[in-house]
Structure formats: C-alpha cells, structure tokens
Design a protein around this ligand. Structure first.
Ligand SMILES: Cc1cc2nc3c(=O)[nH]c(=O)nc-3n(C[C@H](O)[C@H](O)[C@H](O)COP(=O)(O)OP(=O)(O)OC[C@H]3O[C@@H](n4cnc5c(N)ncnc54)[C@H](O)[C@@H]3O)c2cc1C
Length: 311
C-alpha cells in the first residue's frame, strides 16, 4: 500500500512528491507526459530558472525527485480512481496496473481550448501567448495584439500598455465593449479594431499580422489570447470533488491546505487555481504534499497542538 498517489507529474505534482519523499513516505507519481507549456521554448518568471526550456526544468526536477528511494515515477495515464469504503483509493492506470494508496493528490493541469482561427494553434506558445507576465518582456515595445475570446480580453488589453505603446484589441466579434470600457481603453492608448479575425500569419511559429474577414491586415508582432480551459481528466468528477467556475474554465475547489471537498483527496496547480503560473503550481504542490503528509499522521495520532495552532 502506498501512502500517496500523485496524478500528474509536472510542476505541481513533483513539488508535492518532493515534500512527501522528504517525509520518507511511499509515493507513486503517475504522469502522462504532456505539461501545459511543453509548446513554449522557454519558461519565464521562475526564480532561479528564468528563461529555461520548461521540459529541461521538469527533467531536472524529476531527476532530483528520483534520488529519494521511496518515490516511484510511472509514465502512464490514470484512467479511473475509486474511493473504497475503508478510505483507501484505487487507481487504474493505462499500463493495466492497479495502484492503491491512502491519499490522492490531483495535479493533472488543464488543457487549452484555442479559438478556431486558422494559423493560431501552430503558433501557440511562440507567436501567440496567454500571459504577459510569462512572455510580455520578450516582445516589449513591439506591436502587440489581444485576440478577444470573451471579457478576459479587456483585462489583458488593459495590462499590455505596460509592455508596449502599441496595443491593439481585436474584438473579433466575441466581445462587445461598453461605452465605459471603450473610453477606458482609448484613454490607456489602446487601439480597438472591431471585426472578425479570419487568420493569423507570419514566418514559422512567429506572427507578423492578423487578417480580418473584411480583408484588412493588421501588423502585429505578438498576439495574446485567453483560451478557455478544461480539466485534463474526469478524475476529480469521478471522485465527487466539487468544481468551481473560474473566468476561463472550471477548477477543483480546495481549501487553504489544498484539500478538496472529498476527504483524503488534495489538488494542486492549474487544475485547482484560476491564475496559472509555474510558481503558483509549485507552491500549491508543496502545500498539498505537506498537508497530505500531516493528514496521514493525524489518522493514527491526533495533533495535540491543532487547537492552539488554529486559534
Ligand atoms: C504556452 C504556455 C506558456 C506558458 N509559459 C509560462 C511561463 O513562461 N511561466 C509560467 O510561470 N507559466 C507559464 N505557463 C503556465 C504553466 O504552463 C502552468 O501554470 C503550469 O504548467 C501548471 O503546472 P501543473 O503541474 O499544474 O500542470 P501541467 O504542467 O499542465 O502538468 C499536468 C501534468 O499532468 C499530467 N496528467 C494529466 N492528466 C493525467 C492523468 N489522467 N494521468 C496521468 N497524468 C496526467 C499531464 O501529462 C502533465 O504532465 C504557460 C502556459 C502556456 C499554455
């Protein structure tokens, strides 16, 4: 019997596993190998690792984790999870193996649902980005576009003048600005271009322009898009975890200890938060690892300081 099965072995999952490994617990990490930012050449804003390729960063993290003898890392997809009456969990993975543990940590991330604009998906992570904190600095001072998928575009456009004086909000027939929003954008120096965007163009995975359905061509060096997001797997729902609706998609409800609404199940990273960054995922993961560990101790030995510490 394992202490904890962590489903998802990327930034959140490895951070959780590290805490549990250091607490000398038996941990299995199950990972299907598709971290969300695998399409990006570099990850930014990560203390001590700024501008490193994300897959390289994860490979180093995995190597360090596997130095701990109580950790097993399995490349597979967790297909089903069952909560038994004796409070243990059973996870069926794509190799056919059945794993059992006392706790589950879901660190399965989210998947991006991009608007179906020709030329956009293949430039995702290079010419097209989701977050100015992650990728704004590299394109600062250039002509930046925001492709509207909904209200979030107005928020993105409002931020971007801190990175460039040339910001274009492409409403793309997806958002109708109120008079106040329009005035606020104009005051912030943002150009508003109404009309549907029919394609994105540029050399390779870069962008040099967007084409509107009426034939207009708008020169742009980088495009920001807030995609809709979906949970990558039905496991949280299988377990009965409560989901909340965020501004761009659903996420698993957790408390300040990363515990979900189902006892024994913790969640961390993009799947359990609304602002999606590597450092946020790592922080959640570390907390999930710590509190999953303490919940294991608590089943045998109630914490004599619990009341005092909570007061
Ligand atoms: C294009 C792009 C660029 C980005 N750049 C940056 C950046 O520069 N800086 C930054 O801070 N953030 C960046 N982000 C955000 C960052 O990628 C996420 O916040 C981060 O990856 C979240 O980590 P996570 O561990 O929660 O999820 P993920 O990294 O998405 O990992 C989830 C893991 O779970 C696995 N998994 C899912 N379902 C299962 C299952 N059923 N069984 C087994 N395994 C499963 C997946 O294979 C994956 O390995 C970027 C995002 C995108 C889309």
């Amino acid at each position: 019997m394992n202490d904890v099965i962590i489903i998802g072995g990327s930034f959140a999952g490895i951070a959780a596993a590290l805490q549990l490994a250091r607490a000398r617990r038996q941990v299995v990490v199950v990972d299907s190998g598709t971290p969300r930012n695998r399409v990006a050449d570099h990850a930014h804003g990560v203390l001590g690792h700024d501008a490193r390729p994300p897959l390289e960063l994860l490979a180093d993290a995995r190597t360090q984790l596997l130095r701990y003898p109580t950790v097993r890392f399995v490349q597979a997809t967790a297909e089903q999870v069952v909560h038994h009456a004796d409070t243990t969990f059973q996870v069926r993975i794509s190799t056919g193996e059945q794993l059992r543990a006392r706790r589950i940590i879901l660190a399965t991330g989210v998947r991006d649902v991009l608007p179906p604009v020709p030329g956009l998906a293949e430039r995702w992570g290079v010419g097209v980005a989701h977050c100015p904190y992650c990728h704004g600095y590299e394109v600062a001072g250039q002509r930046l576009g925001v492709l509207a998928t909904g209200e979030m575009a107005v928020h993105q456009a409002w931020m971007l003048p801190d990175w460039s004086d040339h910001v274009v909000l492409l409403t793309n027939a997806r958002v109708v600005l109120t008079a106040e929003q329009r005035a606020a954008c104009v005051q912030r120096g943002i150009d508003i271009v109404d009309g549907q965007v029919s394609s994105v163009r540029g050399p390779g995975r870069m962008i040099d322009s967007v084409v509107l359905a009426d034939g207009r061509v708008i020169a742009i060096a980088a495009l920001f898009v807030a995609p809709r997001t979906q949970l990558t797997s039905p496991l949280a729902e299988q377990l009965g975890c409560t989901l909340d609706t965020g501004p761009i998609g659903p996420f698993i409800r957790t408390d300040e200890r990363q515990a979900t609404t189902v006892p024994g199940v913790f969640a961390a990273g993009d799947a359990a938060r609304t602002m999606h960054t590597i450092t946020g995922a790592m922080a959640d993961g570390a907390m999930a690892g710590v509190f999953a560990h303490q919940s294991l101790i608590r089943t045998m030995h109630p914490d004599p300081a619990a009341t005092t510490l909570q007061a």
